[in-house]
Write a protein that binds this ligand. Sequence first.
Ligand SMILES: [Mn+2]
Length: 291
Amino acid sequence: MRAAFDALGAETFFASAADAPDEGGETPPLRAVFISDLHLGTPGCQAEALLDFLKQHPSQVLYLVGDIVDGWQLRRRWFWPQAHNDVVQKILRRARKGCRVVYVPGNHDEFARQFAGHLFGGIEVLQEAVHVTADGRRLWVIHGDHFDGVIQCARWLAYLGDNLYEFTLRLNRHLNSLRARLGLPYWSLSAYLKGRVKKALNYVNDFEAAVAREARRRGHQGVVCGHIHRAEMREIEGVLYCNDGDWVESRTALVEHHDGRLEVLHWTPIGHARTPAARHDIHSPAEEATA
Ligand SMILES: [Mn+2]
């Protein structure tokens, strides 16, 4: 894992300021952006969409809520196309332009957890963070894998699940290139399957409830996490549960506006029939993306 990190470190983490500026000096339109589960280093990562999203959503603070680089996959097979490099460059550039960038590692990039408390190219690495919204709410920021019983109980099971998941994503890609050729809109097979299967197993509900309960126990008004690749924002037992989704299937992010209002954004390509970006507020979960 260190090798993978070092390989990244040499070229990308300390890149020079040669790139063109695209963020002006005035206050960015958003107070905070939360993204997670980019899974850079895997073919499933939708890096171009993410680049486009980042370009269009400058913020004062950017939270990277784990599974940013997929060390598990990179260790098996090195995969690092230009677009993935561009994402790292884009994030570093954002830090250089004065955006506060906070990186809370997840389970797929747990190699970065050993660097908690350090700065890398202006990026703060933290085990967990607390974000205070403009209207004074304290949001606990964690990736969420500690709540995943499967991972805690049997690590090899998690790896097995990971392989199956990769397979579904690959199938999803082929399916969607076929759909694109037929002129059909993007449709996420893995999100669909997870919506069906995991909902049936109550996995998602259990996860959400467990995370919200722990946030409340710690005295926070809300929580922002990722990990289960299912964007969501709703009250659970008096705690605001926010999940910023992912960039392998649902292409979602959580943002905070300057008045403290939180919103889940779904990225949709420009020129696509269903633009502008589908948005939803607190009482309408991301069913349209996953069901
Ligand atoms: Mn994860």
